[in-house]
Design a binder for this molecule. Sequence first.
Ligand code: NDP
Length: 333
Amino acid sequence: MSQSSEFQALVLDKSDDGKVASTIKTLSDADLPEGDVVVRVSHSTLNYKDGLVLNGLGGLVRTYPHVPGIDFAGTVEQSSHPDYKDGDAVVLTGWRVGEVHWGGYAQKARVKGDWLVKLPDGLSPKRAMAIGTAGFTAMLAVLALEKHGATTGGGPVLVTGATGGVGSVATAILGKLGYDVDAVTGKAESADYLKSLGATNIISRGELAEPVTKPLLKERWQGCVDAVGGQMLANVLPQMMYRGSVAAVGLAGGNKLETTVVPFLLRGVNLLGIDSVMCPKAEREEAWTRLTSDLPMDKLDAMIHDATLKDLPDLGTKILKGGMQGRVVVDVN
Ligand code: NDP
């Protein structure tokens, strides 16, 4: 089937004074970077990292012009990769796509087939992007907690940055699995939203904001999915239960960690690093399969805010201010 070579993309350019600005442009296949698979993109999404890229922050993009979008889902249009053929439904997260490589804020992307994952049966491209890197990473965090002994009878699990993308999906998965979920949020008005996703208790951000003075406090949580880092993570570690685990996912509240080693030495607490970007393919496939069984799709749908390419500059600024709730799905067409 012959496909049109022209397509729309949100392109970032950097001016001589260092300012980064976006324009929606018409590009053609000849503009696309190298790769062995061309994907006709249907949906993309917005993650915290996309907010940084859209605002020219974080030093993530090396060369301009640049097409952002760290995730996309769509259909293979052309492939010389042995695992993919025309018409396959695929999803891409990570591999520095949307940062070093051109990403998903376009109607077409050309990438390495090794970076793609086939969409699990029954998962639409729209829902795959409602999950996106944020939701995929939340699943990786839950898998890591399970591999380190988390069980539904073992005590509550804490989710920080709970109304954000990672936090919302983590809350919904943990709730479905039967965990008691303590959800930390700075948005008091979002308590009902978090309870509808599966949170058992709501904890106000302020309660975990002030620096703790003791290396150990009362044991409260067997596990934690932490999207915030900084002072909040430092306050959580002394309150973990014996042999509990914290999955360190994000830094929405800061990248410094000032703590003591005492929780590790006296309570055997595990601090587990979660990286979604270079995650090996077998773990990616495990996570996507688990998402289809363990993330309630009605709860995922309730997190979705629909958007188009032209909405992204404003949304990219909003997410950096912690102002988003749930997940943005971008229909690029
Ligand atoms: P969102 O912006 O959607 O969510 C972050 C949430 O954190 C906010 O909604 C807010 O939730 C809370 N928050 C924001 N600012 C602060 C603050 N100053 N102090 C305390 N809490 C704050 O982002 P994502 O969910 O997409 O990403 C969350 C983090 O995870 C980011 O740092 C991101 O870079 C990281 N990440 C890491 C990945 C990895 O591979 N390790 C992959 C994906 C994301 P509330 O108002 O409810 O408190």
